[in-house]
Ligand binder design. Structure first.
Ligand SMILES: Cc1cc2nc3c(=O)[nH]c(=O)nc-3n(C[C@H](O)[C@H](O)[C@H](O)COP(=O)(O)OP(=O)(O)OC[C@H]3O[C@@H](n4cnc5c(N)ncnc54)[C@H](O)[C@@H]3O)c2cc1C
Length: 100
């Protein structure tokens, strides 16, 4: 019998890019899934999430979280660097070339 327990985020690439790691050991991100390295987004098992229960960063390495985090990161990364000032769900500014 092989019993495999325990997982940990593979943060080598993100760390090499200068992204800060959180207390959980996963990559720390803001609400736009942007890391501390400008223009670098992280989503899925590699990234922290915010617990809806505690409101604090948590590491939740499960597929549904990874899926939704991917939407958020992709939408903001595709918004052309407006992520820090504009939520992913907000429409682009009139001068933006992004179509939604
Ligand atoms: C055995 C097992 C069972 C699981 N069962 C469940 C379950 O029942 N329900 C559930 O919700 N979750 C489950 N999970 C967790 C779920 O699989 C993960 O949460 C989810 O796959 C995370 O998605 P992700 O895109 O972040 O990472 P991944 O799906 O791991 O994708 C990351 C991808 O990046 C690639 N990659 C890594 N480094 C590099 C690099 N340097 N350059 C290019 N590509 C790179 C990898 O090859 C991989 O394809 C399970 C996990 C395991 C291991």
């Amino acid at each position: 019998m092989v019993l495999a327990t325990g997982v940990r985020p593979n943060v080598e690439l993100a760390a090499a890019l200068g992204a800060r790691l959180g207390a959980t050991g996963a990559v720390a991100v803001n609400e736009y899934m942007e890391t501390s390295a400008p223009g670098v987004y992280a989503a899925g098992d590699v990234a922290e999430a915010v617990s809806a229960v505690t409101g604090r960063p948590a590491w939740l390495p499960l597929a549904p979280y990874a899926n939704k985090m991917g939407y958020v990161a992709g939408a903001n990364a595709g918004a052309g660097g407006f992520s820090s000032s504009r939520p992913w769900w907000a429409p682009p500014s009139p001068s933006s070339s992004i179509c939604t």
